[in-house]
Design a protein around this ligand. Structure first.
Ligand code: GTP
Ligand code: MG
Length: 197
């Protein structure tokens, strides 16, 4: 799919205030600093469209971006950032969960996982929660440029093995780098296929 236009629409602190629209939306979730906002910029080829930072906890709200005037990309705050404190983390968690459960237009969630790390408990638990709630999702392994190809393959294989132990059916997965645009076309084609189905 070609990106003809991509524009920021609105930021919200409540799921119920998101745009009044029936267009399909694709949301990005994962631990703080995993690269959600950077991936949105990479996919749209718009540097600075979504705000990124080397410090975790940058995205605090639900951010809608409209693409090609007919679907949304949604940047969500990350979970699991310890320095937010317990109350802060719970607030973010509620915001994320309300959005995912209440937003009927949310067509597919992309769960981002840092390809450098071994499977993290917080991500596994989040995936279980998605399964329990019947939320359609795909996995994106991020920051692939930070690993050698051998190490990347090892890490993905290890992850997939663990997922196979837990899931009857493996969720679709992609490997990405916002530095060198790895995975861009695959992810956009995946979205296009769902939009056209
Ligand atoms: P929060 O909004 O805090 O939840 O973080 P986020 O998941 O939106 O992460 P963000 O996109 O802000 O990126 C965090 C840091 O990782 C930034 O310093 C990015 O430049 C860096 N980063 C993101 N993606 C990649 C990638 O594919 N490769 C490399 N090398 N760095 C990346
Ligand atoms: Mg962000």
């Amino acid at each position: 799919m070609e990106i003809l236009s991509a524009e920021f629409v609105i930021s919200n602190a409540e799921a119920s205030k998101c745009p009044d629209s029936n267009l399909p939306e694709y949301a990005f979730i994962g631990r703080s600093n995993v690269g959600k906002s950077s991936l949105i910029n990479m996919l749209t080829k718009r540097k600075g469209l979504a705000m990124t930072s080397a410090t975790p906890g940058k995205t605090m709200l639900i951010n809608h971006f409209i693409v090609n005037d007919n679907w949304y990309l949604v940047d969500l705050p990350g979970y699991g950032y310890a320095r937010r404190g317990k109350a802060g983390q719970e607030g973010i968690r509620t915001l994320i969960e309300d959005y995912i459960l209440e937003r009927e237009q949310m067509t597919n969630l992309f769960l981002l996982i840092d390809s450098r790390l071994e499977p993290q408990k917080i991500d596994m638990e989040f995936m279980e929660w998605l399964g329990e709630n019947g939320v359609p999702f795909a996995i994106i392994f991020t920051k692939a440029d930070k690993l050698t190809s051998g190490k990347l393959k090892d890490n993905i294989n290890r992850y997939v093995r663990q997922l196979r132990d837990q899931w009857e059916e493996l969720p679709p997965y992609f490997i990405s780098s916002s530095e060198n645009k790895l995975g861009r076309m695959d992810i956009l084609d995946y979205i296009e296929n769902i939009n056209n189905s």
